[in-house]
Ligand binder design. Structure first.
Ligand code: NAD
Length: 706
């Protein structure tokens, strides 16, 4: 969205090439327009070579050409529409933001983009954005620069910039806060949440909602001055006053603190400051917006979050293609199987769900119904999803399924027995997948008549929230099976991370040393709250102790034992009290008691880490974070060296989307690179000396340091 000097020069040259009546002499690439018999210019946004509209440097530069052309067209009004099926515009082209480091250069380029959007806003004629589908970020800023916004039913609006460590940068901050209730405007920008048509109308963000067939009529009404403008902005007057803004800003800061600490996520705080200082003064706010946006964009957090955006894109690309999977049969209706079935049904697949225990099926269907009620938008969608999810008490669904997912107890002999009974009944091209979290696939595929169609689809808990699925290969897996398994992830809006079958695969193997180190610290007498705080301060979404409770201490114990048994690398002893805890049924959140005690909502009761638990030395928290995080990094380096994962980007993506690893750090490898691999190796050596061989740096670090 920023305009570089080079493009600007091209524009100037093109202007010199305009015909005598200002008509274009060169074709536009991303826009086209026609003037109808009533003098209304219909400007169609149709980004070349892309399925969705995004605002790039070139797109905005061409908009400048259009605005120049408009002078010679004797237009009565300008209407902007999108030619893309999915919506008006998905936002700025993030590719323009990548790797930028010089704030002054960014500022200059953003400034020019503002000049073009200001030109649109300053047109004397009626300007009307007709919006269908998504209207996000830069797209919404473009629409806000028009005098009217007409929404086609089903459109949605939002400013997701905050999720990239930014705030709106093309006029959104001052245009939205002066158009609608500024507190609502700030909420939209601070949360990144989208609002749907009706809410947008109530807010005054759009002036009219119409069906597609009524667009022309609504446009004519707007041109004739007969369209009632939204009135959401009356509160702008109240918040024009400094003291009112200061009070509201204080509340916003307190709210932001709950989700995003300032030192890790500066954007929300910069946005609040921007409005607090300049709200009501559009010019001043615009200048401040440009400055603040430019500084944020070159900062570590935004650049890392932009990296995460592209990591997601990379995994999405792996999930492209046709899976050929329409019907899914899930065996095992427990925690995982039940939720996998519900998720697949919500995403449009026909699902049969079976279990040895009919009560487990009933419970899973009940849970699915609650999930559909919460997450699906319309009553029709909820009914359809429930219709697609079929309880299957005798397991007959296996015969019609294109994919069978096994999620029964974590015991090889149990799983193999299930395969023996279902394999002969499966369709000849159907895939058999296991959700095992630890058993090598080479063990499970033994005796299968079609090992090439066997694969690991390792979902993460909770299935409805964790986006990642590890696609686990093994020595006999067919390429086509792996490809279809990845494409299946695309079908159900999940991200595939291809990994090799190895103990713990990638994510659990890297997570286990982190959890076990937390147990060792607890053993040393460090209060659990203090351990969790050290990890959260580093940026993890929850501490290792709370995470272990969530995963289930029984499962953690099983995985830790398995890894200790099968891997040559040194691991700490598993504390005896952990075994006793599990034997006593204190298996974590699901049992209401693990390390923490849980209330009926599943929230841990935490004691304030009183000063007794506070770090004894000023560096103790950093020390603790290193003890927790560096073994995880060390394991990932080892996995990369052993070929468990193909490259560090996939490893970073897997840890972010599978465990929530601090996204603002860009992933474990990105963090290691920014801190310096040499410095990490030196630190691991120090820890090795102090705490033992489990910290010995892996030889794979050489590849990163070299
Ligand atoms: P669970 O104990 O909650 O559910 C297992 C279900 O399988 C039970 O309802 C049981 O009745 C059923 N079952 C057992 N034998 C069966 C058979 N022969 N035929 C049909 N049903 C049978 O277990 P879970 O936590 O859902 O784990 C299932 C699988 O998913 C395991 O392989 C586990 O390692 C893996 N996994 C678990 C998690 C997790 O966090 N719980 C995460 C990823 C993967």
């Amino acid at each position: 969205m920023a305009i570089s000097r080079q493009v600007w020069k091209l524009l100037e040259r093109r202007n010199a090439e305009l015909g005598p009546r200002g008509e274009p002499t060169r074709a536009l690439t991303h826009w086209r327009y026609t003037r109808d018999e009533e003098g209304i210019v219909w400007l169609i946004f149709d980004r070349a070579g892309e399925s969705a509209n995004t605002l790039s440097e070139a797109v905005i530069a061409e908009l400048y050409m259009v605005l120049e052309d408009l002078r010679g067209l004797n237009a009565k009004a300008l209407v902007i529409r999108s030619a893309k099926k999915g919506g008006f515009a998905a936002g700025a082209d993030i590719r323009d933001f990548r790797g930028i480091r010089d704030p002054a250069e960014v500022q200059k380029r953003i400034q020019r983009a503002h000049e073009i959007i200001d030109r649109l806003a300053a047109l004397a004629m009626p300007t009307i954005a007709v919006i269908h589908g998504h209207c996000l970020g830069g797209g919404l800023e473009l629409a806000l620069a028009c005098k009217y916004r007409i929404a086609v039913s089903g459109a949605s609006f939002g400013f997701p910039e905050v999720l990239l460590g930014l705030h709106p940068g093309l006029g959104g901050t001052f245009r939205l806060t002066s158009l609608i209730d500024p507190v609502e405007a700030m909420r939209m920008m601070l949360t990144g949440r989208t609002v749907h048509t009706r809410k947008a109308k109530a807010l005054g963000l759009v002036d009219e909602i119409v069906e597609e067939r009524q667009v022309r009529q609504a446009v004519h009404a707007a041109v004739a001055g007969g369209l009632k403008r939204g009135t959401g902005g009356w509160k702008a007057g109240v918040f024009g006053l400094g003291p009112a803004r200061r009070m509201a800003a204080g509340r916003m800061r307190a709210e932001a603190e709950k989700n995003a600490p300032k030192n890790h996520y500066p954007a929300p705080y910069r946005l609040i400051e921007l409005w607090e200082e300049h709200g009501g003064d559009s010019r001043a706010m615009q200048r401040a917006e440009i400055r603040s946006f430019s500084e944020l964009l070159v900062g570590e957090t935004a650049q890392n979050l932009i990296r995460v955006f592209f990591l997601r894109e990379r995994l999405r690309t792996l999930a492209k293609g046709e899976s050929g999977i329409r019907r899914v049969h899930v065996v095992g209706a427990g925690t995982m199987g039940g939720d996998i079935a519900a998720w697949c049904a919500a995403r449009g697949l026909r699902v049969t769900l079976t279990d040895l225990d009919p009560k487990a099926i009933a419970r899973a269907i009940g849970r699915a119904s609650e999930f559909f009620d919460k997450r699906l938008y319309s009553r029709g969608e909820r009914r359809d999803a429930l219709d697609r999810l079929m309880p299957d008490f005798d397991g007959a669904g296996v015969e019609k399924a294109d994919l069978v997912i096994e999620a029964v107890a974590e015991r090889a002999e149990v799983k193999r027995r299930v395969y023996e009974s279902i394999a002969p009944r499966m369709k000849p091209d159907a895939i058999l997948a296991t959700n095992t979290s630890s058993i090598p696939l080479e063990t499970l595929r033994e005796g299968l008549p079609f090992a090439e169609r066997f694969v690991g689809l390792h979902f993460f808990n909770p299935v409805t929230r964790m986006e990642l699925i590890e696609i686990v290969a093994h020595d006999s897996a067919g390429e086509e099976t792996l490809r279809r398994a990845r494409a299946f992830c695309g079908d159900i809006s999940r991200l595939p991370a291809p990994v090799k079958s190895a103990p713990g695969f990638l994510v659990n193997r890297a997570l286990t040393p982190y959890l076990v180190e937390a147990f060792v610290m607890f053993d040393e007498g460090v209060p659990k709250e203090v351990i969790d705080r050290a990890a959260r301060d580093f940026g993890m979404p929850m501490g290792p102790i709370e995470l272990a409770d969530r995963v289930g201490l029984d499962i953690c114990l099983e995985v830790a034992r398995m890894l200790k048994e099968r891997l040559a690398e040194p691991m700490p002893e598993i504390p005896a009290w952990l075994v006793h805890k599990v034997e006593a049924g204190e298996t974590g959140r699901k049992a209401g008691r693990g390390f923490y005690v849980y209330d009926e909502k599943g929230e841990p009761r935490k004691e304030k880490p009183a000063d007794a638990g506070k770090a004894e030395t000023p560096h103790a928290d950093t020390d603790m974070a290193d003890r927790l995080i560096l073994p995880m990094l060390n394991t990932l380096v080892r996995c990369l060296r052993e070929g468990v994962v193909a490259d560090d980007e996939i490893a970073d993506a897997a840890m972010i989307f599978g465990t929530g690893f601090a996204p603002f750090r860009g992933g474990p490898f990105c963090y290691a690179r920014s801190r310096g691999p040499d410095e990490i190796v030196a630190r691991l050596r120090q820890l090795e000396e102090k705490h033992g061989p489990r910290f010995a740096p892996d030889e794979g670090w050489e590849r990163l340091t070299g």
